[in-house]
Design a protein around this ligand. Sequence first.
Ligand code: SF4
Length: 310
Amino acid sequence: MKKDILSRHQKLSIHKTVLTWFTYNQKKLPWRSATPPDPYIVLLSEVMLQQTQTSRIAEKLPAFLEQFPTLEALAQATNKEIILAWQGMGYNNRALRLRDCAKTIVDHYYGIIPDDIDILRTLPGIGEYTSSAIASFAFSQNVPVVDVNIRRIFSRLLRKVANNHDMLSEKESWEIAGILLPKNHSNLWHQALMDIGSLFCTSRSPRCHDCPISSHCQSAFAVIDGEKTPKKEPTHRAIPHRIWRGKIIELLRQSNHHSENANYILHALFQENISTLDSDFLDYILKKLESNNLIELQTINNTIIVSLKE
Ligand code: SF4
């Protein structure tokens, strides 16, 4: 990627447009309210946002913070406590990794969230995006951040795209993010781009007429159409495994003592025309959940009892 992809003047002009728009129009979100930013809240929100919608996290975060007001409290949570508190956010493995991350910080970093991006990246559940987001949003460091919204904006801003699948590679997006980063405004810049991506530059129906950066954008008002790309993932009865996993955890969350027998779960999931394929599939998924430390399996009087792991 050429460093001079935009002139200095063009970059300054885009920075001014984006940052001014954000000053007056940013989304009000609970994790943005603390001044200066609270690294614990940034860590929680960024892990929660990895695969869950912003509106859902905005709703769930206050109750989660009430239950785990500090990193130390989170580090002490049992598997069962954290899985119960994670209700409605999906991908339950993330809850365990978040607790493990808190525990690692308490055990190895005196309970202080590291501000070093390389150390952040070694923590459980923290990858390239989340470590950069924490460094930028919690510690105002001059580091690039690329999520799916930002990648889509860069893909359209700098060249005319053919359809909604026409995206820069991950590598190119990170390079551009580094080139375009306005020094000392990393936090506001990236959050502004995320808002513009989610409010205007959506995947299939971008709202270029209302978009604050349309005058800078190579793809503005281009016909951007295309199908949604279905995720390639394993399914059973045409439903992804992750949905079945979530349904089982939800059944256990709702049940008395957070425990059920496997036969009850089989009927609750499939209801009618249950085949051996369904029962084999349930065995397989239960073993997976057990190996992920989300549940425990016990055999009592030839009955398999499934419980949330303590
Ligand atoms: S002008 Fe349209 S294509 Fe360009 S960034 Fe804005 S919404 Fe996206």
